[in-house]
Design a binder for this molecule. Structure first.
Ligand code: KG4
Ligand code: ZN
Length: 354
């Protein structure tokens, strides 16, 4: 089965072609046109600008992905995301479904981030049933999934393929949003995540500056799985103002902020893994590309719950892409969970655990 994935929920226009046969998959094409350079000037995504760029880019991106390989199934992100951006992908997918007479799968973007864990290297291939589960003799479920993206921060319990329960989510800003906003305060580039991670590398104090640069760990010790990151933004704003916005402190503030976010996310994920006796912990979303988060989460799980296997997607599959939509689409197609193109629509607020 060949699945075409289409992703236009925010500022990446992406299309990917995945081939699955006998439990073996290969990523034939993974095309991503990022609008980062376009949104650089405004320091964030302007929905109207993003949508217009999807309109002009979607056809060339699709041409490159499909070439002459008409897929058996079309999988498209139907939500959550920016309505006008989502519309471009969904309307294109509906048109292709009608023209090619191929079934359509409406994929939840967050579910795509979860299934990014089933992918391996770009242009590579692997066994769907083995890849990251090598060595596991028992079911991967129950799985605790930490979703950390630009718009979402949530802990989800995955009981089976497509069966999700919300454990807790952010009360205000998402983790990626906090990275983006704090980068702006510190005068760093957009998107803020990679910019902060890069700036943090220049801090040479190895944690010893924490007397002067000390940020809160919001909600770290509350006995629930909720998060809050907006207070961190305010704390950084006042701290940097008190330091007369001297650029020499930026690497240390970036390190401390990154560590504060990691501490909170990791503490709650470990607690959830213990409470729900998770067989696996998966990471997903753009912030999952953060090296500190990836390595520290793995270490903490190995320390506290050694029987839990943890996995992060490769960094290329953490940020928005269409291969993750195609692979999530495959699991729906297997169950013939299709959407009639006449009825398919954008669901901007669609929660994965609904
Ligand atoms: O999943 P994603 O590509 O888009 C959404 O679905 O929102 O996530 C984008 C977010 C941005 O906020 C970006 O700053 C953050 O992921 N991000 C990172 C890193 N790379 C991207 N955050 C921390 N460290 C990174 N290396
Ligand atoms: Zn995303």
């Amino acid at each position: 089965m060949r699945i075409l994935g289409i992703e236009t929920s925010c500022d990446e226009t992406a299309a990917a072609l995945i081939h699955v046969k006998g439990g073996h998959f290969s990523i034939e094409k993974n095309i991503i046109f990022s609008q980062i350079d376009i949104h650089h000037a405004t320091g964030g995504v302007v929905p109207e600008v993003a949508a217009r760029n999807h309109v002009t880019t979607i056809i060339p991106v699709l041409q490159e992905a499909v070439e002459k390989n008409i897929p058996n199934v079309i999988a498209v992100t139907a939500g959550p995301g920016l309505v006008t951006s989502l519309l471009v992908g969904v309307e294109t997918a509906r048109t292709l479904s009608y023209l090619w007479k191929k079934p359509l799968v409406a994929v939840n973007h967050i579910e795509g981030h979860i299934y990014a864990n089933w992918l391996e290297g770009q242009q590579s291939s692997g066994f769907l049933s083995a890849s990251w589960r090598i060595g596991m003799t028992r079911s991967i479920f129950p799985t605790v999934v930490l979703i950390v993206s630009g718009g979402h921060t949530e802990l989800v319990l995955m009981k089976d393929h497509g069966v999700y329960e919300l454990l807790g989510k952010t009360r205000d800003d998402a983790a990626g949003e906090a990275f983006d906003k704090i980068a702006k305060i510190l005068g760093l580039d957009y998107p803020g995540g990679p910019a902060i991670a890069q700036a943090a590398k220049k801090c040479t104090h190895n944690g010893s500056h924490t007397d002067t640069i000390c940020l809160p760990r919001p909600m770290m010790d509350t006995q629930n799985f909720e998060f809050s990151f907006s207070g961190l933004k305010t704390a950084v704003l006042y701290l940097f103002r008190d330091m007369k916005k001297n650029k020499k402190y930026v690497p240390c503030i970036a390190t401390e902020f990154q560590q504060a976010v990691c501490d909170v996310l990791i503490a709650k994920t470990v607690r959830a893994a213990e409470k729900y006796r998770a067989h696996t912990v998966l990471l997903g979303g753009g912030v999952a590309a953060n090296v500190s988060l990836r390595t520290q989460l793995k270490q903490a799980l190995a320390r506290h719950t050694p029987s839990t296997l943890s996995h992060c997607p490769e960094p290329i599959f953490c940020t928005d892409n269409a291969a993750m939509i195609a692979i999530a689409g495959y699991f729906h197609a297997k169950k013939r969970d299709y959407t009639d193109w006449k009825k398919s629509e954008v669901r901007a607020q669609w929660e994965v655990y609904e």
